[in-house]
Design a protein around this ligand. Structure first.
Ligand SMILES: C[S@@+](CC[C@H](N)C(=O)[O-])C[C@H]1O[C@@H](n2cnc3c(N)ncnc32)[C@H](O)[C@@H]1O
Length: 342
C-alpha cells in the first residue's frame, strides 16, 4: 500500500471506503514482499527476467502465481514496468538482490515469527497482565541466530554510519548495551585500531555475537559479555556507551533506569549514544516507531514507543550534560547523546 492510501482524504475530496479497505488488507502487501524475497523474485529480475513467463521460469513457479505476485509488487511500488518489462525499484535493487553487499533479505522476514500473533492483536490488546520483557526472554541460541542474522544484515550499515558520524578517535572502550550482533562495536574496531569494546547482551545472544566478532577478525579487541541490562551491573571502565534499536522493547521507567545505570558506570567525560525508534513529541508518527511500539503488545510486554523528548528527559534525569538529538536514519532512528561530567 502506498502512503497515499494511508493518508486521510484531503479536505474537499469525497470520503470513500477505499483507504479503509486498503489498510485492512495491507497484510497482503507484507506477505507479497516477504514471499518475493523467499522465492528469489527480485534476484531473478535483477538478472534480467522481465515478464511473468521469464520470472516463472527463472524461479520455477506457475506463471499465474508470478503474475499475481508481480501485479501486487507493482501496486506496492516495489517493481516498476518499463516498455512492458519489469524492473526492481531502486531500493529493491540495492537491498533485496541476493549476493549484493547491501542485501537485507533476512531483515524483511525478521518479524515473520510473530505473524500469527498479530492476527490475535485484539486479544493481546485486552490483556492486562503485562511483563517487563517480551518474547526475547525465552529465546534459544537458534532463535538468537535467526534474529541476529537479520539484525546484522542491516546493522553493519548502521554501525558504519555511526562511526562516520561520531568522533571516537580519543576513546578507549565502548560498552554496547543490548548490542546483538555487535555490529556497532565491530564497525568501531575496524575503523579505530586502538579501540576496545564489550557487547552486553543476554547469554544466548552472546554465543551468536562471538561468531560475528570472529568472522570480522576483531576478537582480540571486541568481546561479548552476558548481561541482562534490566538487572545486571555495567562495566565501569568504558568511556562510550551505545544502546541501539531496543528502545521500544521496554517501559519508560525501565529505559530511564538503564540510561541512569549507564551514566553512573561511564568514566568521567564519557559519552552515551542511544539510537532509537523515537516518535515525534506529539506521538503521531512516524510509522516505524509506532509499529515497533505496538509490536510489544504481541508479546504482552510493557514496551512502547518513546518520543524524542522522553529520551532527552531520561538523559537529563540521569545527569548527562550537553544532551542533544541527531538524525540517524530519517523516518526510522534518531541518535540522542549526552556526556558525563569530568
Ligand atoms: C533489535 S536488537 C538490536 C541489536 C543491536 N543493538 C543493533 O542495533 O544491531 C535488540 C537487542 O537488545 C537485546 N536485549 C533486549 N533486552 C535485553 C536485556 N534485558 N538485556 C540485554 N540485552 C537485551 C536483544 O537480545 C537484542 O540483541
Amino acid at each position: 500500500m502506498t502512503t497515499s492510501n494511508q493518508s486521510p482524504p484531503a479536505t474537499g475530496t469525497p470520503v470513500t471506503t477505499v483507504r479503509l479497505q486498503n489498510i485492512a488488507q495491507s497484510y497482503g502487501q507484507s506477505a507479497a514482499l516477504m514471499a518475493a524475497v523467499e522465492v528469489g523474485l527480485f534476484s531473478a529480475i535483477s538478472k534480467g527476467a522481465g515478464t511473468y513467463e521469464e520470472v516463472a521460469k527463472a524461479i520455477d513457479i506457475h506463471p499465474t502465481n508470478a503474475e499475481r505476485l508481480m501485479v501486487m509488487l507493482c501496486a506496492a511500488g516495489l517493481l516498476e514496468k518499463k516498455l512492458g518489462r519489469h524492473v526492481n525499484a531502486p531500493d529493491v535493487e540495492r537491498f533485496l538482490v541476493e549476493g549484493s553487499s547491501g542485501y537485507m533479505g533476512p531483515w524483511i522476514t525478521f518479524t515473520k515469527p510473530q505473524w500469527n500473533e498479530w492476527g490475535r492483536l485484539a486479544e493481546h490488546i485486552r490483556t492486562k497482565s503485562l511483563k517487563v520483557m517480551g518474547s526475547i526472554d525465552t529465546f534459544t541460541v537458534e532463535d538468537a541466530r535467526r534474529y541476529h542474522k537479520a539484525t546484522y544484515s542491516i546493522g553493519m550499515g548502521a554501525g558504519r554510519r555511526f562511526v562516520r558520524q561520531v568522533d571516537l578517535k580519543s576513546r578507549k572502550r565502548i560498552m554496547d548495551i543490548g548490542g546483538g550482533s555487535g555490529a556497532y562495536c565491530i564497525a568501531a574496531a575496524k575503523e579505530h585500531a586502538g579501540i576496545r569494546a564489550v557487547v552486553l547482551d543476554l547469554p544466548v545472544v552472546c554465543e551468536v555475537t562471538r561468531d560475528f566478532i570472529a568472522e570480522n577478525g576483531v576478537s582480540d579487541r571486541v568481546e561479548a559479555q552476558p548481561c541482562n541490562f534490566t538487572r545486571d551491573p555495567f562495566p565501569n571502565d568504558c568511556d562510550v556507551a551505545i544502546m541501539a534499536s531496543n528502545l521500544p522493547m521496554y517501559s519508560r521507567e525501565m529505559i530511564a533506569a538503564v540510561v541512569k545505570k549507564a551514566h553512573d558506570a561511564l568514566l568521567p567525560g564519557g559519552e552515551m549514544h542511544l539510537i532509537g525508534e523515537t516518535t515525534n513529541d506529539e506521538r503521531t508518527g512516524p510509522w516505524g516507531p509506532a509499529y515497533w511500539g505496538l509490536g510489544q503488545a504481541v508479546s504482552d510486554s510493557l514496551g512502547l514507543a518513546h518520543s524524542e523528548s522522553d529520551v532527552i528527559g531520561y538523559f537529563k534525569a540521569a545527569g548527562f550534560e550537553h544532551v542533544g538529538v541527531h538524525e540517524f536514519i530519517a523516518g526510522s532512528l534518531s541518535r540522542i547523546t549526552g556526556t558525563k561530567a569530568k
